[in-house]
Ligand binder design. Sequence first.
Ligand code: UD1
Ligand code: UDP
Length: 363
Amino acid sequence: MKLVTIVGARPQFIKAAAVSRVLRRQHQEFLVHTGQHYDENMSEVFFEELHIPRPDQNLGVGSGSHAKQTANMMIGIEEILLEEKPDGLLIYGDTNSTLAGALAASKIHIPVFHIEAGLRSYNKRMPEEQNRILADHSSDLLFCPTETAVENLKREGITKGVYQVGDVMCDAVKYYAEQIEKQDKSYYFNQLRGLFCEVIPSEKWYIATIHRAENTENIQKIREILEAFEELDAPVLFPVHPRTKGIVTQLYQQYNYQNILFIEPVGYSMMLYLVKHALKTITDSGGLQKETYLLDTPCITVREQTEWVETLSGNYNILANPEKNDILSKIFDTRISPEKKLNYYGDGHSSEKICALLSSASN
Ligand code: UD1
Ligand code: UDP
């Protein structure tokens, strides 16, 4: 098959690293970077470190309102599709880049193949939920990570072209977690010291990421989250997403936090290392909830709901409100039940399953 693949945001680079490696053995891929994420440490670092093939085209769309960003992506993607005439368009996840690809292709009758289909938070105020629903309803092949995702689609009447293949982020975690084990602790600590962080937590740390609009667009919520971090019993390493940088800088100037180590976003291996050896992870990221689950690090998710419901089993993942006391009590009072932890996300070979299904679809 000749495929055009759309990526644009950090988690999509990580997913594409797992899939493209396998895909290119059997299929021809034209890789399009929309330019949604463009800072060196949000984009280029992943292409280099994970050996992702260079994009054949970068649309350079950049940041903007939802409509402006999505519309500019659609214009660029449509031009490429008309020129390349692929057999299908491959999209990942739930970002504006995903939606732009799905709409541009389906309008001109190019089959859409959605990786990470069927996820639902059932909170339609989230832009990601809107993107997921619209992308799934425009897709011809829907590659679901979990049984829950298949059931979610069934409820919306989508049963044709639906395959449960496991989670491609699990492919990435399994592949790269093996590699981080080969490196000594000093390798990561030296990098941290050299690059960003003057004070290194010597033995114990928490790791945190916060970037969802629902948490970052309200100064009261982010202040409560940082106040909880201040009261923890070990330092909190906080790689700050660019969306969160402005508000966090403003609060830091006011409160001069002592227990939080604010650092720039880090590369993938560094992130996996920091998560694997952290006391706990505190996040609102989708991808991190699964990574912590797969790496056996307990997670506190600062959101009202999660689309990765399986991670809640055994209390490996606990939802918390963006309130200091709720976050602290979830961190300190939660008991984990390891016997309830199951393997929901596949065997690390989801990419192979997707590529085989694409091959049979083309016959
Ligand atoms: C996007 C996705 C979200 C995903 C996240 C992954 C949508 C609607 N949201 O959110 O689902 O979880 O990516 O990280 O697609 N910015 C920079 N440099 C960059 C990128 C962004 O400074 O390289 C800043 C800009 O001020 C921008 C803001 O971050 O306005 C938000 O970026 P955007 O891509 O719109 O959404 P994310 O919050 O990154
Ligand atoms: N990540 C990373 N460096 C960081 C923060 C996150 O490599 O500084 C990785 C993280 O391990 C996960 C992915 O980025 O694989 C998650 O992306 P993000 O939280 O931006 O998006 P989401 O998954 O919420 O859509």
